[in-house]
Write a protein that binds this ligand. Structure first.
Ligand SMILES: [Zn+2]
Ligand SMILES: [Zn+2]
Length: 293
């Protein structure tokens, strides 16, 4: 990758530094936005473009102007090549702040007045300029991927190339990322697999290994449904109460679902097994029937 005495810096490191810079600016902006939530009135909202520009100016002053590197570069052990001339530093400040400030401040006004004869021409020029910058940014990205020199358009225009600040190179470790990927895949696999296991069937098979299974005698007592009864499968108030011969109550879907999945399904409470289920006959108390609708 490196040719001659040129120092090779991984492209990912340079792109990471650009992303770090955006994140740092965003963190500061979020703090200001949080202040505007507790202050009366909305003057901070009105002055948002100015505040953003001021924050960018402050970041430039304590990073590029003072340290000759952005904060993102500083975090990744990079800096701008050579001794950064003051004129380049000021140009960096102006070009990184003024166009975006003008876009934030005048953009909404221009788009609302674009039908006016006077503004129309100006609006078209700004639009063309905007498209030109976008295309140039894309071109710069393609060039950067090829030569690995200037990650942003501004750096290419000003010929400000990031270089290592010291001999120590950043080593990108992927073991953590690989571990994360494996865990995520495993969790996803388990999430898809678990519903395929029939818990009751599995439980019955395991228990049958340790104890001699004998079919439980059928409890012929009529099933009485009282107010506090719960379905033995879902532990909730039974919906369309059913039973399969023992004294326990199930929801219709709980019993049918389990019988369909496992023909030898046993009552989880008493171990009784049957292939059929029946609706629970609700005995109506004639003394209280007047209370029922
Ligand atoms: Zn149920
Ligand atoms: Zn039972």
């Amino acid at each position: 990758m490196s040719s001659g005495d040129e120092v090779y810096i991984p492209r990912v490191t340079q792109l990471d530094s650009v992303e770090f810079d955006k994140e740092i600016a965003q963190v500061l902006k979020t703090q200001v936005t949080n202040i505007s939530k507790v202050t009366p009135g909305s003057f901070l909202d009105i002055l948002e473009p100015e505040i953003t520009a001021l924050l960018k100016f402050y970041i430039w002053k304590i990073s590029v102007h003072r340290m000759h590197s952005t904060f993102g570069q500083h975090l990744l052990n990079l800096k701008y090549e050579g001794t950064l001339p003051r004129c380049k530093s000021y140009a960096w400040c102006i070009l990184s702040i003024i166009p975006s400030y003008l876009k934030d401040r005048l953009g909404p006004k221009l788009s609302s007045h674009k039908t006016d004869a006077g503004f129309h021409m100006f609006y078209k020029i700004v639009q063309q300029l905007h498209i030109f910058v976008r295309v140039a940014t894309l071109y710069n990205l393609l060039m950067f991927l090829r030569d690995g020199k200037y990650p942003t358009l501004l750096e290419r225009v000003l010929r400000m190339r990031p270089v290592p600040a010291s001999e120590q190179q950043r080593i990108v470790g992927y073991s953590f990322m690989t571990r994360e990927l494996i865990w995520h895949t495993l969790i996803e696999l388990l999430g898809n697999m678990i519903p395929l296991f029939n818990y009751y069937s599995l439980q019955r098979k395991v228990l049958s290994l340790f104890s001699k299974s004998e079919k439980k005698s059928c409890n012929r007592e009529p099933v009485k449904l009282s107010f506090g009864d719960k379905c033995v499968v879902c532990k909730d108030t039974p919906i369309l109460p059913h039973h399969m011969g023992c004294s326990h109550v199930y929801c219709f879907y709980c019993i049918q679902g389990n019988l369909l999945a496992d023909i030898n399904f046993q009552c989880p409470a008493c171990g009784f097994s049957s292939e059929n289920s029946q609706a629970v006959a609700i005995a109506v108390n004639t003394n209280q029937s007047t209370l029922l609708p």
